[in-house]
Design a protein around this ligand. Structure first.
Ligand SMILES: C[S@@+](CC[C@H](N)C(=O)[O-])C[C@H]1O[C@@H](n2cnc3c(N)ncnc32)[C@H](O)[C@@H]1O
Length: 251
Protein backbone atom coordinates (compact mmCIF):
# COMPACT_ATOMS: atom_id res chain seq x y z
CA UNK A 1 0.00 0.00 0.00
CA UNK A 2 2.71 2.48 0.90
CA UNK A 3 6.26 2.71 -0.34
CA UNK A 4 8.40 0.61 1.92
CA UNK A 5 12.07 -0.12 2.39
CA UNK A 6 12.52 -3.73 3.42
CA UNK A 7 15.86 -4.37 5.05
CA UNK A 8 16.31 -8.07 5.65
CA UNK A 9 18.60 -11.04 5.68
CA UNK A 10 17.39 -14.34 4.34
CA UNK A 11 15.31 -16.22 6.91
CA UNK A 12 14.57 -13.08 8.92
CA UNK A 13 11.25 -11.32 9.01
CA UNK A 14 11.57 -8.05 7.14
CA UNK A 15 11.31 -4.76 8.91
CA UNK A 16 9.25 -2.32 6.95
CA UNK A 17 9.92 1.37 6.79
CA UNK A 18 8.80 3.99 4.35
CA UNK A 19 11.24 4.14 1.46
CA UNK A 20 12.27 7.76 1.84
CA UNK A 21 11.95 7.81 5.61
CA UNK A 22 14.75 10.08 6.81
CA UNK A 23 14.64 11.41 10.37
CA UNK A 24 13.65 14.85 9.04
CA UNK A 25 10.79 13.35 7.08
CA UNK A 26 9.61 11.32 10.06
CA UNK A 27 9.56 14.48 12.19
CA UNK A 28 7.66 16.41 9.55
CA UNK A 29 5.06 13.65 9.20
CA UNK A 30 4.61 13.61 12.98
CA UNK A 31 4.26 17.38 13.04
CA UNK A 32 1.56 17.35 10.38
CA UNK A 33 -0.29 14.56 12.18
CA UNK A 34 -0.16 16.38 15.51
CA UNK A 35 -1.24 19.68 13.96
CA UNK A 36 -4.12 18.12 12.08
CA UNK A 37 -5.36 16.42 15.29
CA UNK A 38 -4.88 19.50 17.45
CA UNK A 39 -6.30 22.14 15.09
CA UNK A 40 -9.51 20.22 14.26
CA UNK A 41 -10.04 22.32 11.15
CA UNK A 42 -13.17 21.74 9.12
CA UNK A 43 -13.25 18.76 6.76
CA UNK A 44 -12.80 21.21 3.86
CA UNK A 45 -9.04 21.52 4.51
CA UNK A 46 -7.56 18.00 4.35
CA UNK A 47 -4.87 18.99 1.82
CA UNK A 48 -3.02 21.04 4.43
CA UNK A 49 -1.91 17.74 5.89
CA UNK A 50 -2.09 15.07 3.17
CA UNK A 51 1.32 13.77 2.05
CA UNK A 52 2.43 13.24 -1.56
CA UNK A 53 2.04 9.44 -1.54
CA UNK A 54 -1.68 9.72 -0.88
CA UNK A 55 -2.15 12.35 -3.57
CA UNK A 56 -0.19 10.15 -6.02
CA UNK A 57 -2.54 7.30 -5.17
CA UNK A 58 -5.54 9.46 -6.00
CA UNK A 59 -3.96 10.40 -9.34
CA UNK A 60 -3.37 6.67 -9.96
CA UNK A 61 -7.06 5.90 -9.38
CA UNK A 62 -7.98 8.60 -11.90
CA UNK A 63 -5.48 7.09 -14.38
CA UNK A 64 -7.20 3.70 -13.96
CA UNK A 65 -10.69 5.12 -14.21
CA UNK A 66 -9.87 6.84 -17.48
CA UNK A 67 -8.80 3.47 -18.93
CA UNK A 68 -12.02 1.70 -17.91
CA UNK A 69 -14.48 4.51 -18.55
CA UNK A 70 -15.86 2.85 -21.68
CA UNK A 71 -15.42 -0.69 -20.38
CA UNK A 72 -18.56 -2.24 -18.91
CA UNK A 73 -18.31 -4.00 -15.58
CA UNK A 74 -17.84 -3.70 -11.86
CA UNK A 75 -14.96 -2.20 -9.95
CA UNK A 76 -13.59 -4.81 -7.55
CA UNK A 77 -11.05 -4.32 -4.79
CA UNK A 78 -9.43 -7.45 -3.36
CA UNK A 79 -8.08 -6.48 0.07
CA UNK A 80 -9.99 -3.33 0.96
CA UNK A 81 -9.02 -2.71 4.65
CA UNK A 82 -11.30 0.18 5.72
CA UNK A 83 -12.85 0.45 2.23
CA UNK A 84 -11.33 3.81 1.37
CA UNK A 85 -10.82 2.82 -2.27
CA UNK A 86 -14.56 2.15 -2.74
CA UNK A 87 -15.32 5.71 -1.66
CA UNK A 88 -12.62 7.19 -3.91
CA UNK A 89 -13.85 5.25 -6.94
CA UNK A 90 -17.45 6.29 -6.22
CA UNK A 91 -16.39 9.95 -6.13
CA UNK A 92 -14.25 9.66 -9.26
CA UNK A 93 -17.19 7.93 -10.95
CA UNK A 94 -19.46 10.82 -9.96
CA UNK A 95 -17.04 13.24 -11.64
CA UNK A 96 -16.12 11.25 -14.76
CA UNK A 97 -19.34 9.37 -15.55
CA UNK A 98 -22.14 10.75 -13.36
CA UNK A 99 -24.85 9.13 -15.48
CA UNK A 100 -23.41 5.62 -15.51
CA UNK A 101 -25.82 3.85 -13.18
CA UNK A 102 -24.49 0.39 -13.96
CA UNK A 103 -21.26 0.34 -11.94
CA UNK A 104 -21.03 -1.84 -8.90
CA UNK A 105 -18.19 -1.25 -6.48
CA UNK A 106 -17.26 -4.46 -4.68
CA UNK A 107 -14.87 -4.68 -1.72
CA UNK A 108 -13.50 -7.98 -0.49
CA UNK A 109 -11.66 -8.37 2.81
CA UNK A 110 -11.60 -10.60 5.85
CA UNK A 111 -12.08 -7.30 7.74
CA UNK A 112 -9.99 -9.23 10.25
CA UNK A 113 -6.48 -8.99 8.81
CA UNK A 114 -4.31 -11.57 7.05
CA UNK A 115 -5.04 -15.33 7.19
CA UNK A 116 -1.81 -16.35 5.46
CA UNK A 117 1.29 -14.45 4.36
CA UNK A 118 2.89 -16.56 1.61
CA UNK A 119 5.59 -14.53 -0.17
CA UNK A 120 4.86 -11.50 2.01
CA UNK A 121 7.56 -11.43 4.63
CA UNK A 122 6.23 -8.74 6.92
CA UNK A 123 6.24 -8.48 10.70
CA UNK A 124 3.28 -9.26 12.96
CA UNK A 125 2.74 -5.61 13.94
CA UNK A 126 2.25 -4.74 10.30
CA UNK A 127 -0.24 -7.58 9.92
CA UNK A 128 -2.23 -6.73 13.03
CA UNK A 129 -2.98 -3.20 11.89
CA UNK A 130 -5.32 -4.55 9.20
CA UNK A 131 -7.83 -5.94 11.69
CA UNK A 132 -10.75 -3.50 11.80
CA UNK A 133 -13.48 -3.22 14.41
CA UNK A 134 -16.21 -5.85 14.38
CA UNK A 135 -19.00 -3.57 13.15
CA UNK A 136 -16.84 -1.87 10.52
CA UNK A 137 -19.02 -2.95 7.57
CA UNK A 138 -22.03 -1.15 9.16
CA UNK A 139 -19.97 2.01 9.53
CA UNK A 140 -18.55 1.70 6.02
CA UNK A 141 -22.07 1.36 4.59
CA UNK A 142 -23.07 4.58 6.35
CA UNK A 143 -20.04 6.36 4.85
CA UNK A 144 -20.76 4.96 1.38
CA UNK A 145 -24.45 5.95 1.62
CA UNK A 146 -23.51 9.51 2.60
CA UNK A 147 -21.26 9.81 -0.47
CA UNK A 148 -23.99 8.35 -2.68
CA UNK A 149 -26.46 10.87 -1.34
CA UNK A 150 -24.06 13.79 -1.93
CA UNK A 151 -23.49 12.54 -5.49
CA UNK A 152 -27.20 11.74 -6.11
CA UNK A 153 -25.78 8.41 -7.18
CA UNK A 154 -27.25 4.99 -7.84
CA UNK A 155 -23.96 3.10 -7.44
CA UNK A 156 -24.29 -0.29 -5.80
CA UNK A 157 -21.74 -1.20 -3.15
CA UNK A 158 -21.05 -4.73 -1.95
CA UNK A 159 -18.74 -5.19 1.05
CA UNK A 160 -17.94 -8.85 1.38
CA UNK A 161 -16.38 -10.29 4.50
CA UNK A 162 -14.33 -13.48 4.58
CA UNK A 163 -11.33 -15.17 3.05
CA UNK A 164 -11.32 -14.31 -0.66
CA UNK A 165 -10.64 -17.94 -1.53
CA UNK A 166 -14.20 -18.62 -0.29
CA UNK A 167 -15.95 -15.32 -0.99
CA UNK A 168 -14.81 -14.51 -4.55
CA UNK A 169 -16.06 -17.79 -6.14
CA UNK A 170 -19.35 -17.50 -4.22
CA UNK A 171 -19.80 -13.87 -5.29
CA UNK A 172 -19.08 -14.67 -8.95
CA UNK A 173 -21.49 -17.57 -8.91
CA UNK A 174 -24.25 -15.37 -7.49
CA UNK A 175 -23.38 -12.31 -9.61
CA UNK A 176 -22.40 -13.54 -13.04
CA UNK A 177 -21.41 -10.27 -14.71
CA UNK A 178 -18.39 -8.58 -16.31
CA UNK A 179 -15.67 -6.88 -14.30
CA UNK A 180 -13.94 -3.71 -15.58
CA UNK A 181 -11.29 -3.31 -12.89
CA UNK A 182 -9.71 -5.59 -10.31
CA UNK A 183 -7.60 -3.74 -7.76
CA UNK A 184 -5.60 -6.47 -6.06
CA UNK A 185 -3.99 -5.32 -2.79
CA UNK A 186 -3.10 -8.31 -0.61
CA UNK A 187 0.40 -9.14 -1.99
CA UNK A 188 0.59 -12.77 -0.86
CA UNK A 189 1.48 -15.39 -3.46
CA UNK A 190 -1.46 -17.71 -2.73
CA UNK A 191 -4.17 -15.04 -2.81
CA UNK A 192 -2.75 -13.43 -5.97
CA UNK A 193 -2.59 -16.72 -7.86
CA UNK A 194 -6.09 -17.59 -6.73
CA UNK A 195 -7.57 -14.15 -7.47
CA UNK A 196 -6.00 -13.75 -10.90
CA UNK A 197 -7.05 -17.17 -12.17
CA UNK A 198 -10.56 -16.92 -10.69
CA UNK A 199 -11.47 -13.42 -11.92
CA UNK A 200 -9.71 -13.40 -15.31
CA UNK A 201 -12.65 -15.01 -17.20
CA UNK A 202 -14.93 -12.24 -15.88
CA UNK A 203 -12.73 -9.24 -16.84
CA UNK A 204 -14.04 -7.41 -19.92
CA UNK A 205 -11.75 -6.85 -22.90
CA UNK A 206 -10.02 -3.54 -22.16
CA UNK A 207 -10.49 -4.11 -18.43
CA UNK A 208 -7.63 -3.79 -15.96
CA UNK A 209 -5.95 -5.94 -13.30
CA UNK A 210 -3.86 -3.94 -10.82
CA UNK A 211 -0.96 -5.19 -8.73
CA UNK A 212 -0.93 -2.59 -5.96
CA UNK A 213 2.39 -3.85 -4.62
CA UNK A 214 5.16 -4.25 -7.15
CA UNK A 215 8.91 -4.32 -6.56
CA UNK A 216 11.73 -6.45 -5.21
CA UNK A 217 10.18 -6.31 -1.75
CA UNK A 218 7.09 -8.23 -2.86
CA UNK A 219 8.47 -11.70 -3.44
CA UNK A 220 5.04 -13.35 -3.74
CA UNK A 221 3.93 -10.94 -6.47
CA UNK A 222 7.15 -11.42 -8.44
CA UNK A 223 7.00 -15.20 -8.05
CA UNK A 224 3.45 -15.25 -9.40
CA UNK A 225 4.32 -12.99 -12.36
CA UNK A 226 7.32 -15.10 -13.39
CA UNK A 227 5.77 -18.52 -12.75
CA UNK A 228 2.66 -17.74 -14.75
CA UNK A 229 4.56 -15.81 -17.46
CA UNK A 230 2.32 -12.78 -16.87
CA UNK A 231 5.10 -10.40 -18.03
CA UNK A 232 5.22 -12.24 -21.38
CA UNK A 233 1.47 -12.66 -21.94
CA UNK A 234 0.58 -9.05 -21.07
CA UNK A 235 2.31 -5.72 -21.13
CA UNK A 236 2.85 -4.76 -17.50
CA UNK A 237 2.56 -0.99 -17.09
CA UNK A 238 3.90 1.24 -14.30
CA UNK A 239 1.49 3.92 -13.17
CA UNK A 240 2.39 7.34 -14.52
CA UNK A 241 2.18 8.74 -11.02
CA UNK A 242 3.12 5.94 -8.62
CA UNK A 243 5.84 3.60 -9.84
CA UNK A 244 5.27 0.77 -7.37
CA UNK A 245 1.75 0.37 -8.79
CA UNK A 246 1.69 -1.85 -11.87
CA UNK A 247 -1.24 -2.96 -14.01
CA UNK A 248 -2.14 -4.86 -17.13
CA UNK A 249 -4.96 -4.38 -19.59
CA UNK A 250 -6.83 -7.52 -20.66
CA UNK A 251 -6.78 -7.79 -24.44
C1 LIG B 1 -2.66 -3.75 2.29
S1 LIG B 1 -4.25 -4.01 2.95
C2 LIG B 1 -5.35 -3.28 1.81
C3 LIG B 1 -5.32 -1.77 1.83
C4 LIG B 1 -6.43 -1.12 1.04
N1 LIG B 1 -6.47 -1.62 -0.33
C5 LIG B 1 -6.26 0.38 1.03
O1 LIG B 1 -5.81 0.93 0.01
O2 LIG B 1 -6.55 1.01 2.05
C6 LIG B 1 -4.49 -5.72 2.65
C7 LIG B 1 -5.83 -6.23 3.12
O3 LIG B 1 -5.99 -7.58 2.69
C8 LIG B 1 -6.79 -8.26 3.65
N2 LIG B 1 -6.56 -9.72 3.46
C9 LIG B 1 -5.42 -10.41 3.66
N3 LIG B 1 -5.57 -11.71 3.35
C10 LIG B 1 -6.87 -11.85 2.96
C11 LIG B 1 -7.64 -12.97 2.53
N4 LIG B 1 -7.10 -14.20 2.43
N5 LIG B 1 -8.93 -12.75 2.20
C12 LIG B 1 -9.48 -11.52 2.30
N6 LIG B 1 -8.79 -10.42 2.70
C13 LIG B 1 -7.50 -10.59 3.04
C14 LIG B 1 -6.31 -7.72 4.98
O4 LIG B 1 -7.32 -7.86 5.96
C15 LIG B 1 -6.00 -6.25 4.65
O5 LIG B 1 -7.05 -5.40 5.02
Amino acid sequence: MFLYLFSFKEGMTMKTERLIMSGARENSESLLKEMSEALKLSADNPYLFVRTGLIAKLFFYKELYEIIVSVPGSIVEVGSWFGQTSVLFENIRAIIEPFNYSRKIVSFDTFDGYNETSGLNIGSQEILKYKVEDNWIDLLEKIQDAHKSINSSASIFHNIKGDIRDTIPKYLEENCEPIALVYYDIATYETLKFTFNTVLPYISKGGVFVFDDYGYQYQGVNQFIIEQGIHKKYQLIHSKYYKSKVYLVVT
